[in-house]
Design a protein around this ligand. Structure first.
Ligand code: NAD
Length: 489
């Protein structure tokens, strides 16, 4: 059942600067993963347009009607913003689904409400932090004051356009900063709508700006702009390194980087319910067709469970039916682009050439609608240097490796590059706690996988999976700087 007609959605095909839409000549084609159709031409911000946006944010910061307003007033506007986002679900959810990999059932049930609630979560910090009075000599008064940084440059990926915008933007705004956001050029539209709703909620013009464009031109100009005080980025590890370089050359400026992953799932033979674990493992690699930074993409399983687990995973994988994101009914997501689809195929082919055994999937879904759909795929190998084990695929491809002992499982779990997340499945509490402490991962889930709808636990990477943390108090604190004041009494 189509939930909406993809041809009938008004697209905010523009930047959003100083409280209004701004356009440039079209420069980028935007296509829909569900059918491959080009459905919009996007303006691209060059260095001058980036300068307009950053200058607008800088002037708003200096003006002070956001950065120096009563923090409770900031919080009130942000809560109103969240209410407006929820009330706009009939437009925002289709707009999010249209050109992304997020099926309409999910954008309605999860992406839109989760984004609104995330904004409320950070709004609550606005007036719940203070400074400190320091113990100094009796004839001095020492104080420490927390202040916003200035203009925060935010750069988001395409895999969860709304919620990633929330993670990047909401803590920065709650702390009193102003923001220039560059969404992914593949999913550019819902960010503009969010910025418009912020104005409607009472946020002053120039506080939250959106610029459209690609990474090397628009993103790079944003990172290098002298008025940008900090860059917060979510995307691949390679891009994160480039961004850190640009921020070092033009700063140094602080960065928060949420990067790639290759997360292991350790399954021990003592699990009480293999069906339940199989369901969790399947969901962890097929949700959003594996295009999730924390996708549980490496299954490490105690060898006696190998055959029964393959049987169960295959059943889950075979039950998934692809479908366009505008149809209701719980369809399996498309791959974001033709380029990414070809990349997945190439990694699977290289992995098989290197000796991995294909146990299921391994091909595109044959369709006549032009959609980019790849079958959930199982590869068995015990070579830790196999390409499918080493590289972040960002698709529905699960590798299976076996182990005999806890020590061996821990050794296999360690990845040379990534340390974003991990899962442990065992009935033995002692083993769970031992292994939690030895895994190099920013998040470890025990007998479950994936976030619940909480915002309080910080998320981020060990190793090259990131610098700093999103969510939680940590994300808010990272948007502040501290001033020490010493007064002669
Ligand atoms: P990407 O790195 O290709 O692009 C992310 C963003 O960076 C886009 O907006 C892009 O235009 C911009 N960009 C690209 N080059 C740039 C440059 N030189 N300067 C400034 N900006 C630049 O990533 P993607 O393909 O959009 O997203 C997938 C990646 O994101 C995966 O690696 C995934 O693991 C990661 N991710 C991580 C998290 C996390 O929380 N750790 C969450 C979601 C996605």
């Amino acid at each position: 059942m189509p939930s909406f007609d993809p041809a009938r959605i008004a697209l905010p095909c523009a930047h959003f600067i100083q409280g209004q839409r701004v356009t440039d000549p079209s420069a980028l084609s935007v296509s829909r993963p569900s059918d491959g159709a080009v459905y919009a031409e996007l303006p691209m911000a060059d260095a001058n347009r980036v300068d307009d946006a950053v200058t607008s944010a800088h002037q708003a910061f200096v003006r002070g009607d956001w950065s120096r307003c009563a923090p409770r007033e900031r919080a009130r506007i942000m809560r109103r913003w969240a209410d407006l986002i929820e009330a706009d679900i009939d437009y925002l959810a289709p707009l999010e689904s249209l050109g992304s990999t997020r099926p309409i059932d999910q954008t309605r049930a999860w992406d839109v409400p989760y984004t609104a609630e995330g904004i409320r979560f950070f709004a609550e910090f606005a007036d719940k932090h203070g400074g400190e009075v320091a113990a100094t000599a009796h004839d001095h008064l020492g104080m420490q004051i927390a202040e916003p940084l200035g203009v925060v440059g935010a750069i988001a990926p395409w895999n969860f356009p709304l919620s990633m915008t929330c993670w990047k933007v909401a803590p920065a705004l709650a702390a009193g900063n102003t923001v220039v956001l560059k969404p992914s050029e593949m999913t550019p539209f819902t960010a503009v709508r969010l910025a418009e709703l912020a104005i409607k909620a009472g946020m002053p013009p120039g506080v939250f700006n959106v610029i459209q464009g690609n990474g090397p031109v628009t993103g790079d100009a944003l990172c290098r702009h002298p008025y940008v005080a900090k860059v917060t980025f979510t995307g691949s590890t390679v891009t994160g390194r480039t961004i850190m370089g640009a921020c070092a050359e033009t700063g140094p400026k602080p960065v928060t980087l949420e990067l790639g992953g290759k997360s292991p799932q350790l399954v021990f033979a003592d699990i009480p319910d293999i069906d339940r674990t199989a369901k969790t493992l399947a969901a962890a690699i097929t949700g959003n067709a594996g295009q999730v930074c924390v996708a549980g993409s490496r299954l490490l399983i105690q060898h006696e469970l190998l055959e029964p687990m393959i049987e169960r995973l295959s059943k889950h994988f075979n039950a998934l039916t692809p479908g366009p994101t505008w149809q209701t009914g719980g369809w399996f997501s498309p791959i974001i682009s033709a380029t990414q689809l070809t990349r997945i195929e190439s990694i699977v082919a290289r992995s098989r050439e290197a000796g991995a055994e294909l146990l299921g999937g391994g091909e595109r879904f044959e369709r006549n609608d032009g959609g980019h759909f790849y079958q959930p795929t199982l590869l068995h190998t015990n070579d830790r240097h196999n390409p499918a084990v080493e590289e972040e695929i960002f698709g529905p491809v699960l590798t299976i490796q076996t182990f005999e002992s806890e020590e061996e499982a821990l050794a296999l779990a360690e990845h040379d590059v990534y340390g974003l997340a991990a899962g442990i499945h065992t009935a033995d509490l002692g083993r769970a706690l031992r292994t939690v402490r030895r895994l190099s991962a920013g998040t470890v889930w025990v007998n479950r996988y994936g976030r619940s709808n909480d915002y309080i636990l910080p998320t981020g990477g060990y190793k090259r999976s990131g610098v700093g943390r999103d969510l939680g108090r940590a994300a808010f604190d990272a948007c502040l700087q501290h001033k020490s004041v010493l007064i002669d009494l």
